[in-house]
Structure formats: C-alpha cells, structure tokens
Design a protein. Structure first.
Lengths: 273, 288, 348
C-alpha cells in the first residue's frame, strides 16, 4: 500500500479521534448564540470564557474538582504503598502450596468484577457505616479498586530486577530493608511512577462508585458533577463543556508523560510496549 | 532452577502481603458475601425467590440480549479497525510517539466527558454530525440518534468504538512490533505470499496480544455502564438498557436490593466463565 | 580466616544438591571448587555466603559456627558471575556501598575507594555508570567492591566466565597476583579446569554433590583419586581403555602394553595424551593405530587416533603431519599410566 495512502489513513484516524474533543472545547468557548448557529462554526467564532467562569466560580465545579483531586491522590498513595509491599513479597518469596502464584491470580481476578456487582453491597455497607456521601468512602473504595492493578504491575517490575543485585547488597552487609530501599526501589522507580499515573487517571475518571456513594456537593467528584448537569431538564452545554475540558487536562498531561509505559499498563503487563 | 532470595525470615512475606489482602477481602470479598445474603431475601422471606424471578423477567432477558449485542458489535468493530490500523502503521516508525500520544486521547477521557462530547456531536439540532450532514444535503429530520429507538443502540456502540479502538490499536501494534524479523525473512525466502505470511506468521505470533486485548475488551464491554448511562440512560424507553444499567435501576430507583444482588451474581458468574475460557486460551498459547 | 565445612548437605525438596561435604580450608588459601554444572559447587558457595539455607551439617568461619548468622553479618565478600553491579549508582558509589552500609563517614569512604580503584587501575572510571563499562572493566569493579571491605574471605562465583578468552587468561594472572598481595582466604567456583589449576593452592573437585578429591593442583593432575577427577582435569583429557592385565601386560582387543603389575581383571587404564608418542614407523611393542584427524595448534599438534573400537588423543610435535586414515604406531609410557577399577572408578 502506498505511503501516501497510509499517511492519509493516519490523518483520518487522528482527525476522527481528536475532532469530537476539539468540538467540545469549542462549545466551551463559544457564546450561547454560536451554539445553535448553522452551519456549526468549527473555527470562526469569538471565544468567551463566560462558561468557565460560571462553572467554576458561580457553580460548584471548583469544589468538585478539588474533591476529585483529593480522592485521586490519597487513594493512589494508599494503593501504591500497600500494593508495592505485597508485590515485592510475591515477586521475591516462594510461599508454600504455590501460594504466591495463587494469590497473584486471585488479586488479579478481583479486578475483573463488574463494578455494579460490588457497588450495590458497598452502598449498603457504607450506609450502615454512615459513610455515605463522604470523601472517605470514596478513598477507601478507590484504594481497593486500584490495589489489584498496582500489585500486578509492580510485581512485573520487581521481577525484572535481577536477584543478584539484592544478594550482592546482602553480602555487602546491608539489611533486607536497606537493600530494598537503596538498590531495588531506585530501579523500579519509573515503573512505580507509571503505575501511580494510571491509578490517578482511573480514580479521576471513575463514575459508578462516585455516583452511588455520593449525594451532595460535599463529596461529589467532577464526573458526577458533570453528569448531574446532563440529566437535568435544562442542559447548560457551555458549562458542561467547560467542566469537561478542565477534566481532561490532567489526563492529557499525565498520559503524554507516561506514554512509554502505556501499552504495558493497559494490557496488564501482557504486552510490553 | 528459579532462585528466590533467602527465605530465612519466613514471616516477612506474610506481613508484607497481609494489609493488601485485608483491604481486598474487606472491600471485594466481604461485599460479595453480604450481597449473597441480600440476594437470598425477598422482603422478609429467605429463599431463592429473586433467582427464580430472573427466568421470567422479560426486562432482564432483554437487558442481557442488549448487553450481548452491544458487546459483540463493539468488539468486532474495534478489533477489525484496530487490527487494520495496526497492520497499516506497523512500518511507520517516524512520529510513532506523537501518534500514540494523540490516539490515546479518546480512551483516556473520563467516560463522562466522552459522553458529553458525543451528546454534543450527536445533538439533532446543533450537533456537528447533523450539522455537517445537513450541509451536504442529507435530511436529518429523523436522525435523532440517542433519542431515536432505532438509532440509539447504534449510537452508543459507535461511541464505544470511537473511544476504545485506539486501545486495541495500541496493544496490537505493540504486539506486532515485538515480533522478530526472522520469521518474516524466512517466509519471504520460502516464497510465501502476503496473505500467506499474514495467516501463518503474523497471526500466530500475534495471538497472545490478540487474546489479551479481546479478554480485556470483552470484560469491559459486558459490564459497561458509564457511557450508556450518560448518553441515553438506557433509553429511549428500554432500547439501550444493558444489564449493568438494569441492576443499577433496580437497586437505586426501585430500591429492590435483593433482586439487584441476585442479578449481580448472574453477571459475575457470566464474566467469570468467559474470563476463565480466555485465560485458558492464553495459557495454552504461552506454553506453545 | 580458616573455613570449615562439616558434613554439609543441601537438599531442594527430594534432590540432594550437596551431599555430605566436609572440607577444611586454611587461612590465606586459594581454594577452587571445580566441577561440571550441577555438581553443587555454586550451592556450596551460596551456603557459605548465607544465600542458601543449610539443610544439615555445620559451617565454621575462623572457628565460629555460622549456620544461623544472617548474611549481612557474615563479613564475607562475593564476586558474582554477573558482577551484580548496582546499575543506578556510579562506579565510585558501587564500590563504596559496603562501606556506606557499615556507616563509615564520607572522607574515609572516599579514601578507601580511591586506593582500591588505583590498585585495580579503574580510577578513571569512578564517575561512570556500569552500563558504560566493558565486561573486563565491570569485572574489576566487582573485585574492587569485594576488596574495599577487607572481609574475612572472598567468595567468587565463576567471575571470569563472561569474559572473552584472551581477557580471561589475562585476568587469571591478575587475580592470582592480587590474592597473593592481599593474603585473604579465597574460595573460587569454576567449571574451567585450567583456571583451577593455575589459580588454586588446593582444588576441591566435586561431582553430583559429592567431593571427589581435595588436593593441590599438581597432585590432582598426577594422582587423581578416581576416574572422574582424572577425566575432568587436563586438556585434552585423559585417554581411557577398558581391559585387564595378564602376564605382565595390559591387554584390550589389539592393544598390548607391557606393564609391571599383578594380574587384574575389570580394569581401566588411563593415559594422558602427552604420554603417548606417535611414530610413523613400526617399532617393537608399539601399538598400531590409524589417524582419525589431526588438529594443528601452532605450538603442538593433537592427533586423534582410532585403535580398534577405542578413540585416543595424543600430543605430538608442532611439525607432525599425517594423512587421514594413515597407519601409525604408538609408544605408551606405561610408567605414567593410571589404573582404575572399572566398577567403582577408584584409582588403584
């Protein structure tokens, strides 16, 4: 197939991928009048920031944004700490009854649960614990949500560090913990960073649990806030688009940064991009 | 002989693993058990009432049917498009980083935002799709997309394909690039045609990547919730109601938690069976 | 410091990897554990280092029983086959690591690192990272890391096997000099018998987890305890012929070698290639043979021979030439031959 055709198809794919997103950006920047203009102006319109102002200052999207950030960061930290320790143990120790392999697989399988399956009982549990509509409930649930992924990915990264290095460190006189901190962790640092970013993205984007477990502005995350505007009778497209645009920005930044590990993370380590 | 570092401190691994396991048990296993008890209660009565109700519930069966249609249609499109793109771009090394970065935008979007984006695009009055179609003279009177019983399912499938084809593409591309050059060279020398090479060299060596991508997408498609909820809320009427949506509605609109729990288990069993089948294929491949 | 293994056994599940090993190593010795892969030599080293648990038996360093002492407190230094250099640290940091872990202060660390680096001629590499170094350079860094500590003993696990042939020979010499200078007990694992012969004060030959012979290189070469040792040490390896002794001669098929030994049955004779002379003219008491192939090594020629169903190797002068399948006559120096019991393999 000719080079020209290939490039053309690539361009088509790129346009198809980016055009809708671009469209949303334009809606967020167009005045209400321009929204209904025909033919729809893709490029020539006068931009306005009124929707952004309305969303984040007048309405509570600013608060949703902060909630999303807090929940994402804390739950990611917790998942990283717990998951990395477990991953290290599973990668380095041989447990009786093939336990290390079985545990790894079991941990992975919890990732495969349809969210709704645990959402319903978790709602009931949180209700009983009076944790409904709190940031805490989301943090707890997101930690559990991200944990299997962290364990699975970090285990893969630990497996790539030759055991020789830790043995050398031990013979050189370092303690177990010292060897882990001074020799192993620096070597898995990039993997750790990539895993962290994935967890942040997943937590940031999460919708179902947030929908089920939150009820008021106090604990709503950005996705739920945006959705709220969708299901109401009066749809303020401009405001929604502005919120949407802001919701995307961290994702784009992070994803660009973590590109190298992207395929590996998405395919759960099966394919090393 | 696989060597693990000295097992001298035999309690250490357990201490390291315990907290993670505890969290998972508390938030994944315990809820399931809780759910079982809930599902076995119809009001105050204990029994299998919720489960037997499933067989005769037309909505449930329709929702299952919708879920399958959605999954199969989306998977097929995503796979064929993604594979096609991957094969096409396998040799375009230049600018690879840039392509990867841009193509991943759709799938990195929060589902909410993707839904917003497409509701804007598909809006019958001022959306870009209808707007552009009108420009080229097509009558868009009946093309109400997400509000049309006929077109709603098509619309949500299209959105899923838009969002997730890049994922399939990226994973398959990585898989393709991991295939060494030698088998291709050998096939060339042996006189194999392009199609033959594809069938006998490329496809078999790509199998692990294909299987993992199919596995992950199937799992995600069967449990889809976010984007359908935000695009159509299952409507118009019941037209795009998938099983996750029906469960949600049963639990949080009708407050029939027992029935919702029972349906959850059916869904869980289903996804389990399918993933076991896939994983068996995967293991079989990796041993070969 | 002296090191002692007493009836040490290591089992992985049901497999005995090291079987009842007893060995006493004096302070300052350079002992080589020699054997084919899987013979248990590396496992023995790792047990000493504390990287494998000891199933039964005791290990002593300087009289102290160290079975239950943790790895980091055994005060041994190890050079790994893969060198195990810390990829994210500079060379200087790599070498300084054991000192850092022992909480020595920076000036002291720098002083020791520089002096060791000078000794091994790697001073110019101190600011680089391992991946920027060649194999030979990395090997010296691994050595430096071991030396900088002044440990009780050095443990080396096939440190030269990743180097190309020429570098290996060069490093062999350097290692020997170094150990002599430092005077520290060294235990060295290898499957290369040339390394063992040139480096060791004593060699422990192992096979299938059991100690075959523990003696000086010369004795191992000249007085092998059993057939395994005889065959393993020496290159090209010793020739073996099964047969028996009757009426003052060793006979086997067409071979007849006069010997001064009693009659014996079920015997194997072992003859080193350098003790077989290849003659192009027939002679009294010479065994007839056919040339299978010759290998011209430059400084000598290896002649592969067929004698009946036996295949033998002999060393000949550099200018020796013979056609394939041409007939030759062998004069065997019976004085230098070894005899082994055919059943047990033990030397008689």
């Amino acid at each position: 197939m000719s080079r020209a055709l290939k490039y053309f198809l690539v361009v088509v794919a790129l346009v198809a991928a980016l055009a809708p997103v671009y469209w949303m950006f334009t809606i967020s920047l167009k005045s209400e009048v321009d929204h209904f203009a025909l033919p729809p102006p893709w490029f020539n319109f006068t931009p306005t920031l009124e929707h952004y102002f309305e969303a984040f200052v007048a309405r509570s999207f600013g608060q949703y944004l902060i909630t999303s950030a807090i929940v994402a960061v804390i739950s990611t930290l917790c998942a990283l700490v717990l998951g990395t320790l477990a991953a290290y143990a599973l990668a380095r120790f041989r447990l009786p009854y093939d336990l290390d392999r079985r545990l790894s697989l079991w941990i992975l399988s919890t990732r495969m649960f349809p969210a709704i399956v645990t959402a319903v009982p978790l709602f009931l549990m949180m209700r009983d614990l009076r944790l409904l509509d709190t940031k805490a409930s989301l943090i707890i649930v997101y930690t559990a949500f991200n944990l299997p992924f962290v364990v699975w990915m970090m285990r893969g990264f630990f497996d790539e560090v030759p055991r020789d290095l830790e043995e050398a460190a031990l013979v050189d006189g370092d303690s177990r913990l010292g060897a882990l901190v001074r020799v192993v962790l620096p070597l898995v640092a990039p993997g750790l960073a990539a895993t962290a970013v994935f967890c942040l993205i997943v937590s940031w984007n999460e919708f179902l649990f947030a929908l089920v477990l939150t009820q008021t502005d106090a604990s709503m995350t950005l996705p739920v806030g945006i959705a709220g505007r969708v299901t109401q009778y009066e749809i303020k497209w401009g405001v929604m688009s502005a919120a949407g645009a802001v919701a995307i920005v961290p994702i784009l930044v992070f994803a660009m940064a973590m590109q190298k590990y992207l395929v590996r993370g998405l395919s759960l380590g099966a394919v090393k991009g | 002989m696989r060597r693990k570092v000295l097992l001298r401190s035999s309690w250490l691994p357990y201490v390291l693993i315990a907290p993670a396991v505890a969290v998972l048990v508390a938030l994944s296993i315990y809820p399931l058990i809780y759910s079982i008890t809930v599902s076995l209660q119809v009001g105050e009565v204990w029994g299998l009432g919720n489960f037997t109700r499933l067989a005769s519930d037309g909505f449930f069966l329709t929702a299952m049917a919708h879920t399958f249609v959605y999954a199969v249609a989306a998977l097929t499109c995503e796979f064929l498009l993604g594979l096609g793109l991957a094969l096409l771009l396998n040799n375009q090394i230049r600018g690879r980083g840039f392509f990867r970065a841009t193509l991943l935008v759709p799938m990195m979007l929060p589902p909410v935002v993707a839904a917003v984006v497409w509701r804007l695009m598909l809006n019958p009055n001022f959306g870009a799709i209808n707007g552009t179609l009108k420009q080229i003279g097509i009558d868009t009177e009946s093309l109400t997309w997400t509000a049309s019983p006929g077109l709603a399912m098509l619309s949500v499938i299209a959105v899923d394909v838009w969002q997730w084809t890049p994922f399939v593409f990226l994973v398959l591309l990585a898989g393709l690039q991991a295939i060494p050059q030698e088998p291709y060279e050998a096939a060339l020398i042996d006189g194999s045609s392009r199609w033959q090479t594809f069938r006998h060299v490329t496809l078999p060596l790509l199998k692990p990547a294909i299987l993992i991508v199919l596995l992950l997408r199937t799992m995600d498609l069967l449990r889809v919730f976010d984007q359908i909820f935000l695009l159509t809320e299952g409507g118009p009427g019941f037209a795009t109601e998938t099983i996750s949506l029906y469960i949600y509605r049963t639990a949080f609109r009708f407050f029939d938690f027992g029935y919702a729990a029972a349906m959850s288990f059916v869904l869980l069993a289903l996804t389990n069976v399918i993933s076991v089948v896939y994983i068996r294929f995967l293991k079989h491949e990796s041993r070969a | 410091m002296g090191i002692k293994f007493q009836n040490v056994t290591k089992a992985f599940g049901d497999t005995l990897v090291v079987d009842d090993l007893s060995l006493e190593i004096a302070d300052g010795e350079f002992v080589v554990l020699l054997g084919p892969s899987g013979c248990g030599k590396t496992t023995t080293l790792r047990m000493l280092a504390g990287l494998e648990t000891i199933t039964t038996g005791d290990v002593y360093i300087g009289g102290e029983r160290i079975n239950d002492v943790q790895t980091q407190h055994r005060d041994l230094a190890m050079v790994f086959q893969s060198y195990a250099l810390y990829p994210h640290m500079t060379i200087a940091e790599n070498i300084a690591y054991p000192l850092r872990v022992r909480k020595l202060d920076k000036p002291e660390r720098t002083k020791r690192v520089t002096s060791v680096a000078r000794m091994l001629e790697i001073e110019s590499l101190l600011d680089r990272k391992p991946r920027q170094l060649s194999g030979g350079e990395r090997q010296r860094v691994a050595l430096a890391r071991a030396i900088v500590r002044e440990p009780r003993a050095y443990l080396m696990d096939e440190p030269l096997s990743n180097l190309d042939a020429r570098l290996r020979v060069q490093m062999r010499g350097e290692l020997k000099r170094l150990q002599h200078q430092l005077g520290t007990t060294t235990i060295y694992v290898t499957h290369d018998q040339a390394e063992a012969m040139t480096l060791a004060t004593r060699v422990a030959v192992m096979s299938r987890g059991r100690l075959q012979q523990f003696d000086t290189p010369l004795n191992i070469y000249n007085r092998p305890a059993n057939r395994f040792v005889a065959e393993f040490v020496g290159s090209p390896s010793m020739n073996f012929i099964d047969g028996k002794i009757e009426s003052g001669a060793f006979v086997s098929e067409s071979i007849r070698i006069p010997v001064t030994r009693e009659n014996a049955d079920q015997l194997t004779i072992g003859i080193r290639p350098e003790h077989i002379s290849v003659l192009t003219e027939p002679q009294n008491n010479a065994t007839p043979a056919t040339v299978y192939v010759t290998e011209l090594m430059g400084n000598e020629t290896f002649v592969f021979l067929s004698v009946g169903t036996n295949k033998l190797i002999a060393r000949a002068a550099a200018d020796f030439r013979a056609e394939l399948e041409s007939p030759v006559w062998l004069r065997i120096d019976a004085e230098k031959a070894h005899y082994f019991d055919r059943q047990t393999g033990l030397s008689i």
